[in-house]
Design a protein around this ligand. Sequence first.
Ligand code: DLL
Length: 431
Amino acid sequence: MVLCPEETLGKEDLRSLQLVRLKETLERVYHLVPFYKKSFDEANIHPENIKSLEDLEKLPFTKKQDLRDHYPYGLFAVPMDQIVRIHSSSGTTGKPTVVGYTAHDMDIWTEVVGRIFRMGGLTSRDILQNSTGYGLFTGGLGFHSAAERMKIAVIPSSTGFTSRQLLLLKDFGATAITGTPSFALHLAEVAKAEGYDIKKDFKLRTGFFGAEPASSGLKEEISRVWGIDYHEVYGLSEIIGPGVAGSCKHSDWLHISEDHFYPEIIDPLTCKTLPEGEKGELVITTITKHGLPIIRYRTGDITRLTRIPCKCGRTLARIESISGRSDDMLVINGVNVFPSQIEHVLSSIGGITLNYQIIAKKKGHLDKLEVDVELDESLMCDDVGVLEKLKKECERSLLNNLYINVAIHLVAPKSIARSEGKAVRVIDQRR
Ligand code: DLL
């Protein structure tokens, strides 16, 4: 049973609905957001020139940098008294990306997440342990609001505190869980170590996982150890948060709520739109949002799109699990980090140089980030106390600014290999 009739619309009805909504959105942004008026004018294209969905290609892209350049509320299309929720993520040069929702947008958000909960068969009889981070991150509260709206009992356990999560899971009897895939596996490992009998002690039957990539092997492993159905959730704050797309019981590919978020796949180098089925960067235009409508947003996520009918009966297009990024963004336990953000934080600390190397590793099932940083020659000393203090300062500063735990290793000047071309800043040992 689907949650909304739009999920099973015929192809032509869906396209007509998308076109009406697209045109409304373009009028709205052109008249309400100076950034769009300027960029459309510069491209010499106006809302009335967009007569078909294919015409969308003529419009310029929006990038993460545009949100940063208009920090904090410059791309909002409504006055602040209509905004009921604000979320944000850390930014490359200290400035976060800020997103805002009107009450109407909250209805959309709870609806699209609700569609995915329904794909997992959740009803008001379920109890959901929401082991996704709460706070400025869209994950925890995005799932929470949708669960409440569907009258599902929600346990706001947030992420971390593994032993307590397990206690809650057992005692409160959750039937469903959310979280990152890495946290789900970590939880299972700790459950075993703490003597739980996973199949007997817990009532879980389904889980909703996302915010970071997961291979099909990892998904199967989570399904197997927990004895649950695995539903993948994809999303990004700039578009709405979790809920942009989700997988049903019949396929690993994710149904994208394209009656709200119009998808295109482009070649990230030529920026040309690619035909259905070809792999490229996902670009999304929101066609119903009011607070922060966004036109042709370059997600940076690499995937493919298909409109081959799904056995579940939903007619919404599906995207394949994200296979990579078109930029250098790292996803560390669900938190997004750009190497440039790390560099920016390190640049404000004395005694070290900007010769550094970022190493992403797996520790158990969780991601671990280490950064080797060369000491400044002027600071070369053997005083362990001084070095320890400097290391702690770097780690604290990265945690405060980027919300991630990083292990810093201070290394001798000139000890990091120099490259003749581009510096190799990131070594990802996770795959
Ligand atoms: O990660 C929203 C979310 C929360 C999605 C909880 C799913 C579950 P951001 O912090 O803005 O929002 O990060 C968005 O995370 O562009 C992808 O690179 C990555 N990402 C999100 N979901 C998936 C997924 C949330 N299922 C960025 N697979 C996106 C792979 C994902 N990557």
